[in-house]
Design a protein around this ligand. Structure first.
Ligand code: ZN
Length: 190
């Protein structure tokens, strides 16, 4: 680190200790050239990064705006508020873990889409069609077709319920055949 007195390129650490109950590292430094001493503090950057708009302007991250995006995309969709809050939390965790001072809004949009893709396909398409300008119409159609082949979290859950119910029925009474990959589970239940 540069010397704040004479601007020499490097300074030596002469003492290093934890401060503020271990949340900071306090270092005493000395300049080899002018012998000037100073202290630095190092702490984890936990504040959420600013959001870099498409225009290039940084704006302060607002949780309420993120919640609003999810609310709008999930309007009248069968997704609980708990699931929605969880998705908001996931995006905020990714923001925090980025360790960046600024994150492009486009990146946040991608994270929102990842969450929606798992929550509800209709909401995902709603959000994606506005947020992401798909390269061309074909790319958008490919994405929708791909999604139609994937079960949503809700569908996966109800599938599991069917399997559990089938497993609970007495032998031979199960009307619903569990899908092949789950066959071993049924065997175990007998
Ligand atoms: Zn110096």
């Amino acid at each position: 680190m540069q010397c704040p007195y004479c601007n020499a390129a490097d300074t030596r650490v002469i003492d290093s200790r934890l401060a503020e109950e271990g949340t900071q590292v306090r270092r005493r430094r000395e300049c080899e050239r002018c012998k000037g001493r100073f202290t630095t503090f190092e702490r984890a950057q936990l504040a959420l990064p600013n959001i870099l708009k498409r225009s290039g302007d940084p704006v302060v991250f607002e949780e309420s705006k993120l919640q609003e995006s999810f609310k709008r995309a999930l309007y009248k969709r069968p997704v609980t508020q708990d699931a929605r809050d969880h998705a908001v939390e996931n995006v905020m965790r990714k923001l925090r873990q980025s360790g960046e001072r600024e994150v492009p809004s486009r990146q946040v949009g991608e994270w929102v889409m990842e969450e929606l893709r798992d929550l509800d396909h209709v909401a995902y398409v709603r959000f994606a069609s506005i947020y992401r300008s798909f390269e061309d119409v074909n790319a958008f159609r490919d994405e929708i077709e791909r999604l139609q082949r994937l079960p949503t979290a809700e569908q996966r859950k109800s599938q599991m319920q069917l399997i559990d119910e089938a497993a609970a029925e007495p032998e031979g009474a199960a009307v619903v055949e569990p899908p092949a990959p789950r066959a071993s589970k049924k065997k175990k239940a007998r």
